[in-house]
Design a protein around this ligand. Structure first.
Ligand code: SF4
Ligand code: SF4
Length: 161
């Protein structure tokens, strides 16, 4: 991460986030790391770290947080939500960050819908792949290939700022 310049931080960002429904308790975080250690996305993506995102909010790194690609990586599995000893409800905090990113123009309005749609397709792909492992002879390889190629060829609308 680049150096943090205190003069560029937004001291009110943490209060703004905590005022939104679902994120009221995020300041309770005591950095235990349970969320990061249990997160299936963090397991495969070194850049994704729920605990770090919470620190960024607390430090007032509004622009960096709301324009970060990582807030779109969460698969909303709720594992961290269930395991957090402080009841931070990180999955909901993430939802608040996504809403703010859209409302404040960091990403196009369509991004939320695109993310939801892609999550659905990824779950479909996952089910198809598991089915393929369990039933390798049911001839569905081509539909899996099509699903994957279709998703790879889709672009999300470019950021507005
Ligand atoms: S599990 Fe909860 S308390 Fe621990 S780092 Fe994550 S959000 Fe903070
Ligand atoms: S809800 Fe998101 S951040 Fe929490 S464990 Fe699941 S993928 Fe990770």
């Amino acid at each position: 991460m680049n150096k943090i310049k205190l003069s560029e931080m937004d001291a009110n960002f943490k209060n703004e986030v905590a005022s939104k429904s679902g994120a009221e308790h995020f300041k309770r975080c005591f950095t235990c790391g349970t969320c990061t250690a249990s997160c299936p996305v963090a397991e495969v993506n070194d850049d994704y770290d729920p605990r770090k995102l919470i620190r960024m909010i607390l430090l007032g790194m509004k622009k960096e947080t709301l324009s970060s690609d990582t807030i779109w990586m969460c698969s909303r599995c709720y594992t961290c939500y269930a395991l957090c000893p402080q009841g931070v409800k990180f999955t909901d905090v993430l939802g608040v960050l996504r809403d703010m990113a859209v409302k404040e123009g960091y990403v196009p309005r369509e991004r939320l819908e695109q993310a939801r749609e892609m999550d659905k397709r990824i779950q479909k792909l996952r089910c198809e792949l598991i089915n393929q492992k369990l039933n390798p002879n049911d001839g569905k390889k081509d539909s899996i290939k099509c699903l994957l190629e279709d998703e790879l060829n889709k672009k999300w609308i470019q950021e507005e700022k």
